[in-house]
Design a protein around this ligand. Structure first.
Ligand code: ADP
Length: 344
């Protein structure tokens, strides 16, 4: 774990290996292949000459030469011929074989381009589905950081209809957050008018405002209350671990669903006062399928809130309110709207 979608030039990726969408000769070509050979320098072509080519779906390894990545995994994607000539299986084999090679060599980070989606003509949305589906299935079994590097700015990753739905939802939320209905303006004006010149801080009620019986903790009278009060003091880590236990998931199931690495999860688990980033906290809320209110509670434990002034928050809210807790789909939408992704 995890899969991270980024927009970048793959020749800039500092990873153990980048994957090249090569042609069967392995002797260089256009598109991403040409860019990789240009950036790596002539040493790459010299080594490729020794490999005897590569069949569709296979993967072969070379050094990275002048690239920031240490290695290049060359694979040959299928040419699109309408979809009924085994293209999807061949494309999936490219990803699987490249990933297996990476694991066999002990790599920790690998970056893929969208294989076959250029000159080879594979429809981009479908190529993307094969890529993410195959990588995700692989990551259920193996620990690896996989980057899917997209070169172009496009809404294809989530499909035009969903893109429009989310855009409309963002518009609505923004309007809600920024409009100031006249009734509210009047109420606020009235409050300001009658406020004393020096008022006591709103958050510090005086002792007199509590009934006398408050000296005796009322919790004893209400069996569930003690547990609820204890939860007020729960840290993020404690709430997270409790929620995982309540969900019946194992820790591994939870962090994998959250697109979080085992390393980061171990860090969180071993530190009761760990302060996660907001994307990490949100990723766990999604993995645990928390409804909006509980998502807010978990975020609050880490010092964050869901805000309608943030596009990323609105997108996450859109998915939660539609009961869709698929982190990959959420990340695809965040990516399409140029927002930071959850998890990682
Ligand atoms: P194929 O022949 O397998 O279709 P292409 O190189 O033509 O390979 O395109 C594969 C994908 O790589 C396309 O989506 C293209 O936009 C993308 N691409 C091209 N150059 C780069 C680059 N420098 N970094 C990342 N992706 C790239």
């Amino acid at each position: 774990m995890p899969l991270i979608i980024v927009r970048n030039d793959i020749t800039h990726m500092q990873v153990d290996a980048i994957v090249n969408a090569a042609n069967p000769s392995l002797l260089g070509g256009g598109g991403v292949d040409g860019a990789i050979h240009r950036a790596a320098g002539p040493g790459l072509l010299a080594e490729c000459r020794t490999l005897g080519g590569c069949r569709v779906g296979e993967a072969k390894l070379t050094g990275g030469y002048n690239l920031p990545s240490r290695y290049v995994i060359h694979t040959v994607g299928p040419v699109w011929q309408g979809g009924s000539r085994g293209e999807a299986q061949a494309l999936a084999a490219c990803y699987r074989n490249a990933l297996q090679l990476a694991i066999a060599r002990g790599f920790e980070t690998v970056a893929f381009p969208l294989i076959s989606a250029g000159v080879y003509g594979y429809p981009r949305a479908e190529a993307f589905q094969v890529a993410t589906g195959t990588i995700q299935a692989f990551l259920q079994q193996q620990e690896l950081h996989v980057y899917l590097v997209l070169f172009d700015r496009d809404s294809f990753v989530i499909g035009a209809q969903r893109y429009r739905d989310i855009a409309a939802y963002i518009d609505d939320c923004y309007a809600g957050a920024h409009s100031d209905p006249r009734a509210q303006q009047r109420r606020r004006a009235a409050l300001l008018e009658c406020a004393p010149a020096e008022s006591a801080p709103l958050c510090a009620p005086s002792a007199a405002s509590f009934p006398a019986a408050a000296a005796e903790p009322p919790a004893a009278a209400y069996p569930g209350l003690r547990a609820a009060l204890r939860r007020l003091d729960e840290s993020f880590t404690q709430m997270l671990l409790r929620k995982i236990d309540e969900s019946g998931m194992t820790d591994a199931q939870c962090y994998k669903r959250a697109n979080i690495s085992r390393k980061l999860f171990s860090k969180i688990r071993s530190d009761p006062h760990y302060r996660p980033s907001k994307p990490t906290a949100l990723a766990f809320a999604i993995a645990l399928q928390l409804p909006l209110e509980e998502t807010r509670s978990l975020l609050a434990k880490a010092g964050f809130a869901l805000s309608h002034a943030s596009v990323a928050d609105i997108i996450v809210e859109y998915f939660i309110s539609h009961g869709n807790y698929d982190i990959l789909q959420i990340n695809e939408a965040l990516f399409a709207f140029d927002q930071s992704l959850l998890g990682c």
